[in-house]
Structures are given as structure tokens and as C-alpha cells.
Design a protein around this ligand. Structure first.
Ligand SMILES: [Mg+2]
Length: 389
């Protein structure tokens, strides 16, 4: 089988808010076509205009190639060889960032092709699963103009997620820091009050994560607050510090009363090696598109397994990325949860509508995806509606 054509499309929600920190408003969807009529689908979570240029652009010398030219004529079954080729011949412009994100979308599509060609779900090609199901956690993002409104909104979401059947949810509490775009600023005491209210709302028999989205500048300031949270039984605390503050992460991983999680932005296993070996994080959160695709995500899972750490994939895109997360989670014994939100609980219509619901949730659990490839179907109407022409 040979790759004959790569198409990449930028999708945007119609009511785009450019000053909102919300990557569910956009998408880069990649189709990889073959001479046997099988097409693979992938997506990535980065600036879609930049990632599209990475795929479509001409090369100017051997280490600054565009991806299209590197891919045409390759056998889509050669996922490891293709990864290495794309990584090597984009080195002067790539190695990290949007180039790796674009590689992630392409790699996802290649695995989709392999599964479709063999009539097997991707997780079978990755080695199969001992799991009967995958456990999803819901990411909850509150709204509000005051701290009290914000708290009440998050409490409402938490109750709704529990009522829907979730056994785990992540409270996104962004009262300051780079992700804060609402204008609402809260103190560390407000944060503790909000998280305490959420724990009271869901009760003790519910797994609760907290994401403060790079809130604190240094580990000691973070510890003044989170060292008081032991009784709140937080499963993990996500991105408490700026992501390049590896020394700070290592202090928190040693001294905080809960697991420390990070990695949603990281590209390649090399950045995860840094986070795990220098930042000492407990939970690695590769986003399958951003890390460099399923091929690279599996390497990160193995690195974490070697070190006795957990994997909980990040996913804030559509059913395409959610499916990729599910296949990786199915074969990864040290992966207790995936990030997942059913379509009707999504704020972003693009996220909710782009694919038919790829996974079935029953009693708070997801059945293993059994359709060939990633097992997703694009909703053509939604695709046309959100396509940037
Ligand atoms: Mg996050």
C-alpha cells in the first residue's frame, strides 16, 4: 500500500472568541489517502494555520522539508519508519512545537489506515488489552463573574457529572495565571474554598482531580496552599507551575500531599523524559496529537511504566483525538483514566458535532472501541459547517 495524497483542513467554530483560552474552538483535521482507497483520519491540538503550513509547505533543503513531499509513496504500515523520517528531515524547523503536532495528526491517520486495512481496532495492533473497559473522567470548566458564582457553577457541573454516571471529574479552577482570560481573579484562599465546596458536593466516593492551569510561579507558594488539601483527597493536581520550572515540579512531586500531573503541551518523549526524570511528576498527560501521534504516545506510556508512574492522556479536541486516547489507554496498564466529555456536555459545538459519538459510556465506563482503525465517523454536515474555505 502507498500513500498517495495528504489533505489538511482548518476548522473553526463560527462564534470564535480570539481572546478566549479555548482550543476546542479550532481544529486541524488530516486525511491521508492511499492507492487502495483506504483513508486515515487524524487531528492535532495546536495553531491549525501553523500546523497546516508544516504539512503543505515546500521544502528548501534536506533538513527543512514539508511533510507532504516526505510522505507520498511511503507505505502507511511503516509507522515507526515514517515517524523517524518526518522527525529527521524537519529537524531545523521542528523537533518540537507545531511540527511535532502535525506529525501527531499524520501518525494518528496512519494507525487508522492500518486498522481499517486489517479490519481491527487500533488497540489490537498495539498489542491488545487486558481491560474490559476504560474509565473516563470529566473535565469541568466553570463560569462566573464573581468567585461565588464561579464556585457555584463548578459545584453544579460536578453534581451533573456525577449524576450522569461519571466516577471521576477534574475541577478546572483558573483564578489566575496564563490560562485566566475571564477577568475574574481569585486568591489562593478562594481556590481552597472552591475545591472544598466541590468535594462536599460529590461526597467521599468520587475521584476528584484539580487543574489550576500553571497558577503559581514557585513551588513554595504552591505548597502554602496545597499542603492544606490532604483531607480533600485529590487524585492529582494538574499543572500547578509553569511547565519549564522542572526544579519546582520536582519539589512539589516530593512534598505535595497528592500526585502531581503535567504534560498536556509536551511534544515528543524527550520532553516527557525531562518531566519524569527532572520534574519527577507522578502522572504524565500526553495529548496524542501533540506528543507526536500514537507511535510517540506509546513510547511515553512505556517510559512511565518503566518508572512506575501513571498515564492519563490529555484530550480537548473532538472524537478523533478521544478515540486515539482510548486505544492508547486500552493497552496501557498504568493508565487509570482518560479525559472525556460526552458530546452534549461540551461547550464547543465543533467538539460536540464533528464525529459521531465514538465511545459508549455505561455506568461511568467506556467500552473498548471495537470498530476497525480508530473507529470514528466524521459528520460531513458538521465538517462543512466548520470548515475554513
Ligand atoms: Mg489542563
Amino acid at each position: 500500500m502507498k500513500i498517495t495524497k495528504i489533505e489538511s483542513y482548518i476548522l473553526l467554530v463560527p462564534d470564535l472568541i480570539e481572546n478566549a483560552t479555548s482550543s476546542s474552538q479550532d481544529n486541524l483535521v488530516v486525511f491521508v489517502h492511499t492507492d487502495e482507497g483506504i483513508t486515515g483520519i487524524g487531528e492535532t491540538d495546536t495553531g491549525p494555520y501553523i500546523a497546516k503550513a508544516v504539512i503543505d509547505s515546500n521544502g528548501s533543503h534536506t533538513m527543512a522539508m514539508g511533510m507532504k513531499d516526505l510522505l507520498i509513496g511511503m507505505d502507511p504500515f511503516d509507522t515507526t519508519a515514517i515517524w523517524e523520517k518526518l522527525y529527521t528531515y524537519t529537524m531545523m524547523s521542528g523537533r518540537r512545537g507545531a511540527v511535532i503536532c502535525a506529525m501527531g495528526a499524520i501518525d494518528m491517520a496512519l494507525w487508522d489506515i492500518k486498522g481499517k486495512a486489517l479490519g481491527l481496532p487500533v488497540y489490537k495492533l498495539l498489542g491488545g488489552s487486558n481491560k474490559e473497559h476504560i474509565v473516563p473522567y470529566a473535565s469541568l470548566q466553570p463560569h462566573g463573574n464573581t468567585v461565588a458564582e464561579y464556585r457555584d457553577s463548578l459545584v453544579r457541573w460536578a453534581k451533573e457529572a456525577k449524576d450522569y454516571g461519571f466516577t471521576a471529574a477534574k475541577m478546572e479552577c483558573t483564578l489566575n495565571g496564563p490560562y485566566n482570560h475571564s477577568g475574574l481573579i481569585g486568591t489562593d484562599e478562594d481556590l481552597t474554598e472552591i475545591i472544598t465546596a466541590c468535594r462536599e458536593a460529590v461526597g467521599p466516593d468520587f475521584t476528584m482531580m484539580v487543574d489550576v492551569q500553571y497558577l503559581w510561579y514557585d513551588a513554595k507558594t504552591a505548597l502554602r496552599t496545597i499542603s492544606k488539601w490532604e483531607d480533600l483527597d485529590i487524585f492529582f493536581l494538574e499543572t500547578p507551575l509553569a511547565i519549564d520550572n522542572l526544579e519546582g515540579y520536582s519539589i512539589l512531586s516530593r512534598e505535595a500531599p497528592m500526585r502531581i500531573a503535567a504534560g498536556e503541551w509536551q511534544n515528543t518523549r524527550f520532553e516527557f523524559l525531562d518531566l519524569m526524570d527532572n520534574g519527577k511528576i507522578d502522572v504524565a498527560q500526553p495529548d496524542i496529537g501533540r506528543v507526536g501521534g500514537i507511535t510517540e504516545a506509546m513510547r511515553v506510556c512505556h517510559i512511565a511504566q518503566d518508572r512506575g508512574r501513571l498515564i492519563v492522556p490529555h484530550c480537548w479536541k473532538t472524537g478523533i483525538g478521544i478515540a486515539a486516547s482510548a486505544h492508547v489507554a486500552a493497552v496501557t496498564p498504568n493508565c487509570p483514566f482518560i479525559e472525556y466529555l460526552p458530546a452534549h456536555l461540551c461547550d464547543s459545538l465543533l467538539r460536540a458535532e464533528l464525529t459521531e459519538e465514538p465511545l459508549v459510556m455505561e455506568n461511568g465506563k467506556l467500552r473498548l472501541p471495537e470498530k476497525p482503525g480508530l473507529g470514528i465517523t466524521i459528520n460531513e454536515d458538521a465538517f462543512e459547517r466548520y470548515l475554513v474555505k
